[in-house]
Design a protein around this ligand. Structure first.
Ligand SMILES: *[C@@H]1O[C@H](CO)[C@@H](O)[C@H](O)[C@H]1NC(C)=O
Ligand SMILES: *[C@@H]1O[C@H](CO)[C@@H](O)[C@H](O)[C@H]1NC(C)=O
Ligand SMILES: *[C@@H]1O[C@H](CO)[C@@H](O)[C@H](O)[C@H]1NC(C)=O
Ligand SMILES: *[C@@H]1O[C@H](CO)[C@@H](O)[C@H](O)[C@H]1NC(C)=O
Ligand SMILES: *[C@@H]1O[C@H](CO)[C@@H](O)[C@H](O)[C@H]1NC(C)=O
Ligand SMILES: *[C@@H]1O[C@H](CO)[C@@H](O)[C@H](O)[C@H]1NC(C)=O
Ligand SMILES: *[C@@H]1O[C@H](CO)[C@@H](O)[C@H](O)[C@H]1NC(C)=O
Length: 540
């Protein structure tokens, strides 16, 4: 029977086979293009890009340059929801300049290269032969009173406790010993949220493109522990004491030769507290914090903080979490594990009520959680043994890992560290205020905020218009798995690596922050050189 086919028919079948293969190939190319458009734009369906040349870049983990349309959510719906605070979702901040040159483009494994720029040789770096071109950072050698001496006084750094244990392991805190049921071995630490300055500085000490030649540097890092410094004086000290170190710092900086090059506009610092702690306005907050960032010199510098209130030289970056991997593999193992978790709780709230803040929605969230069978409440009261479960990474992570959604309302300020613990656990964050994340972490989190989170306006909760359990239960399973996948993809972006390690392909929160700063300095340079009087920019 097989051999009965006529040669013509066999020829025809072969032809059909070839035709089908080509057809399928073209269909899949078209679908791929379509898919990348969807990925880029959330669910707003746009026609195919006619310029197909672009689609390799689209899904390149690089969220900042993408301009998605923001679907469905309407912040202007009701004024009360934003608490009188304006949120202009169409407003483009100057914060998202184009990315810096990517050194990974030329297939050099930068992590293997030991960079020793010769400071005697002032020849400018050549773009292609130098993998660090455009990425050099010069770290100021500050007098020890601005950093190391603070660590020695760790007992008096916190008003409410002892910071010393948290400053061990290069600022990561004590290693967590656990039977690997909840966490991965060897990558988890009891990290304090105020340690970011120390962690960041220690990662910087191992940054791949450090230089001792400040003329070569794209940006200049000022390793002052601004938050630890002010933390000592927040309660019961006068302004003169609080501002003593900030004033001495800017005096020191402005007397260095690096200052004159751009009047400090290529300098950056990090503050592991909210920006309000460095911008004392008399009266407003009862004279809170220092006036560091209001000093004329500091106005020329950029500051990385964990939360800001829209100053154009503040760039919020994620709070530190407990996870500090040293290898790419540890990150992907953790991501794999979070994908497979069984999540019996629809939602979780880990936090304390704010009984003295009637405007806070926390009390209402706690009430709703307690009356929902699908909610798990992790109460942040100190128990009998004075142990606060909310400060125990194992109990937090074990609950977040088993929850689909994690509620992240504002607390004493708009943002919370818990947001990043939730992302780390693959738990989809639910925000109630745009300043809790969307208006903050523009470098680290996708612009299309509905791709990784749920937004329920604070006002709706306050006015009993939003029933949390109903709202969340109505979200489809497909949408949940898409969001969760996105959250899990974000894990490395909100993680600070073990300071002495270098990751391979993965970019962590530190890498993204440094890239952001370098881009910003590039922008400033362009601005200066394009202005008619470029007297300020001299290379000497
Ligand atoms: C947003 O809400 C306002 C007030 O309800 C309405 O006028 C406006 O059309 C809405 N915009 C969108 C894009 O839905
Ligand atoms: C906004 O909230 C107020 C206060 O509850 C309510 O009366 C009003 O109808 C809401 N407006 C819109 C446009 O939803
Ligand atoms: C929103 O606030 C503005 C001014 O604060 C007011 O004029 C307007 O009526 C408010 N709109 C709603 C829907 O409440
Ligand atoms: C919001 O953005 C629009 C368009 O960019 C602009 O016209 C408007 O002035 C902005 N509003 C605020 C309050 O910034
Ligand atoms: C900078 O100089 C110090 C000693 O002066 C040296 O230990 C360090 O390795 C140098 N760093 C680079 C990146 O050359
Ligand atoms: C800040 O930078 C400007 C130029 O952009 C310069 O004129 C000014 O003197 C600088 N301020 C300080 C305190 O150096
Ligand atoms: C949902 O929450 C409401 C309000 O808190 C509560 O009355 C109701 O019992 C909850 N429903 C379920 C199924 O848990």
């Amino acid at each position: 029977m097989m051999d009965n086919k006529s040669p013509l028919r066999r020829y025809f079948e072969q032809f059909r086979f070839v035709f089908l293969t080509i057809f399928l190939f073209y269909m899949s190319m078209i679908l791929l293009d379509y898919y990348s458009v969807i990925k880029e734009n959330g669910f707003s369906l746009k026609p195919f890009k006619t310029n197909g040349a672009n689609h390799h870049d689209v899904d390149n983990n690089n969220n900042t340059p993408i301009t998605p349309s923001i679907p469905s959510l309407n912040f202007t719906q009701n004024n009360s929801t934003t608490n009188g605070v304006e949120f202009n979702s169409t407003e483009e901040k100057q914060m998202i300049p184009p990315p810096p040159p990517l050194i990974r483009d030329n297939n050099v494994n930068v992590d293997e290269l030991i960079v020793t720029p010769n400071s005697n040789n002032k020849a400018p770096p050549i773009r292609n032969s130098d993998p660090c071109y455009g990425q050099y950072i010069y770290v100021h050698k500050l007098p020890s009173r601005f950093n190391d001496d603070l660590l020695k006084r760790c007992r008096s750094l916190l008003h409410w406790g002892d910071m010393c244990p948290y400053l061990t392991n290069l600022g990561l805190g004590p290693k967590i010993i656990e039977n690997a049921k909840v966490l991965l071995k060897d990558t988890w630490y009891q990290t304090n949220q105020f340690s970011l300055e120390v962690i960041f500085h220690n990662i910087m000490k191992h940054y791949k493109c450090l230089t001792n030649d400040s003329a070569l540097a794209s940006a200049i890092f000022v390793p002052y522990y601004a938050g630890l410094n002010v933390g000592q004086y927040l309660w019961g000290y006068d302004d003169r004491i609080r501002d003593e170190a900030p004033l001495a710092l800017v005096e020191w900086l402005s007397n260095q030769k690096e200052w004159k090059r751009m009047w400090g506009r290529d300098h950056f610092l990090i503050g592991g507290r909210t920006a309000y702690d460095f911008r004392r306005k008399s009266g407003d907050f009862g004279d809170w914090g220092t006036k560091l960032m209001f000093l004329p010199e500091a106005r020329n510098m950029s500051m990385l903080t964990i939360e800001t209130d829209s100053y154009d030289n503040d760039f919020p970056i994620p709070y530190p979490t407990y996870f500090h991997p040293s290898k790419d593999l540890q990150v992907s193992l953790w991501q794999k594990r979070m994908r497979r978790m069984k999540r019996p709780y629809l939602f979780t709230f880990a936090g304390a009520p704010r009984p003295n803040a009637p405007y806070s929605i926390r009390n209402e969230l706690i009430r709703q959680c307690l009356s929902s069978r699908s909610c798990k409440l992790l109460s942040c009261y100190k128990g009998k043994n004075n142990k606060n479960t909310c400060e125990d990474p194992v109990s937090i992570m074990s609950v977040f890992q088993r929850s689909i959604f994690c509620l992240e309302p504002s607390g004493d300020s708009y943002t919370r560290r818990s947001t990043f613990d939730a992302i780390l656990a693959g738990c989809i964050p639910v925000f109630f205020h745009p300043k809790s994340a969307y208006e903050q972490y523009r470098w680290h989190l996708p612009k299309d905020y509905l791709s990784y989170s749920v937004f329920i306006p604070e006002g709706d909760v306050r006015e009993n218009k939003a029933i949390i359990n109903d709202t969340l239960a109505r979200i489809s399973r497909t949408r949940i798995s898409k969001m969760r996948e996105e959250v899990i993809r974000l894990i490395p972006r909100v993680t600070y690596r073990e300071p002495r390690s270098r990751l391979g392909k993965i970019e962590d929160a530190f890498d993204i922050a440094v890239k952001g700063i370098i881009r910003r300095v590039e922008e400033i340079k362009k601005e200066i050189s394009s202005s008619t009087d470029n007297v300020y920019y001299s290379n000497e």
